[in-house]
Design a protein around this ligand. Structure first.
Ligand SMILES: [Zn+2]
Length: 331
């Protein structure tokens, strides 16, 4: 799983937010949030299934035989957990939906993982199904929302996408159906109040202000970042040089990372480890790098270390600016 990423990844979610949400949008928003939050993903999997794993692959709109599963969490070996998202109501009463569920369950039976689970996520009264080999479960959106709200993101970016997913779920039809009402939103630039899809329309009027704020914010963040990093540059360069002098690190010689981790321990604050490893990525094979990243993330998360994230600039269209503005507010 990826842990840090480019700003552009965030915006896929917001593309989804600007229109009436569909199941694809929700799937995308949930998948992106899990991708950016590997530890949260582990907690969610454990919460729902009691499966403990640090090796979770997140598959979106995954094709298997004649099924396309909205979201799959799997280690490709022991467990294969499918999520099917429904946002339209009434739920599961339609015959074609029932047929589709039956078909999906029978397709899932053929998989070889020992634990095969199916979660039907919906608002209404859930269908009940039984299948000998596949555990069928239903959860409501409100349950998922409550879980998300009681957890935090793995790092700054993770928290950012998590908060947006929560806002998205709360602001969309999903939550209105649950609460029976709409929330008012107040523009912090001109104090106008509106709700629903007018929020995005209104924000578009302030593109220039948002853009200027973003530039200022980016410059400031960049300077702060460079100031923090400055005193560690010799240490970072030393570790980089050491790693580059070795042969490429792959799974077969992965044990050399032990000395890397003790060098990190001796020379750099833990908040900087993720930045450091992003600098030495090319000395690793993809798999070895992913493993190193997972090890470090788990350790940092256990110790509740805040991770220093390098600010990145994305030249922004108005939609991106709007979302960057939201990021600014949360920092
Ligand atoms: Zn305004």
């Amino acid at each position: 799983m990826e842990t840090t990423g480019n700003a552009k990844d965030y915006f896929n979610i917001f593309g989804a937010m600007s229109n009436r949400p569909s199941e694809n949008h929700v799937t995308h928003a949930v998948a992106t949030t899990l991708h950016k939050n590997p530890v949260l993903t582990q907690q969610l999997l454990f919460h729902l299934t009691e499966i403990k794993s640090t090796n979770i692959r997140i598959l979106k709109q995954s094709k298997y035989k004649k099924a396309i599963f909205d979201l799959v969490l799997t280690d490709c070996e022991e467990f294969y957990v499918v999520f099917e998202f429904k946002i339209d109501s009434p739920i599961g009463k339609k015959i074609e939906e029932q047929d589709q569920l039956d078909r999906y369950l029978s397709i899932l039976q053929d998989r070889t993982e020992e634990q095969r689970l199916f979660f039907f996520v919906s608002m209404g009264s859930p269908p009940s199904k039984s299948n000998e080999k596949v555990r069928f479960n239903t959860i409501s959106w409100i349950e998922l929302l409550l879980f998300l709200k009681s957890h935090k993101g793995d790092n700054e970016i993770g928290q950012f996408v998590l908060t947006d997913l929560i806002n998205f779920l709360e602001g969309s039809k999903i939550d209105r159906n649950l609460t029976g009402g709409r929330r008012m939103w107040k523009c912090d630039l001109c104090e106008l109040q509106t709700n629903g899809y007018d929020i995005q329309n209104h924000k578009r009027k302030h593109v220039r202000e948002y853009s200027e704020q973003f530039d200022e914010h980016y410059d400031k963040k960049r300077q702060e970042f460079e100031k923090i990093i400055e005193q560690y540059i010799p240490a970072i360069n030393g570790i980089k040089k050491e790693i580059e002098s070795l042969q490429k690190i792959e799974m077969k010689n992965f044990n050399v990372v032990e000395s890397l981790i003790s060098a990190l321990n001796a020379k750099l604050p833990k908040s900087m480890w993720i930045y450091l490893i992003s600098q030495i990525k090319s000395s690793f094979s993809n798999m070895a790098f992913k493993k190193l990243n997972d090890i470090i993330i788990n350790q940092l998360h256990e110790e509740e270390i805040l991770i220093l994230v390098e600010p990145r600039y994305e030249s922004a269209t108005y939609e991106k600016i709007l979302q960057l503005k939201q990021l600014i507010q949360r920092l």
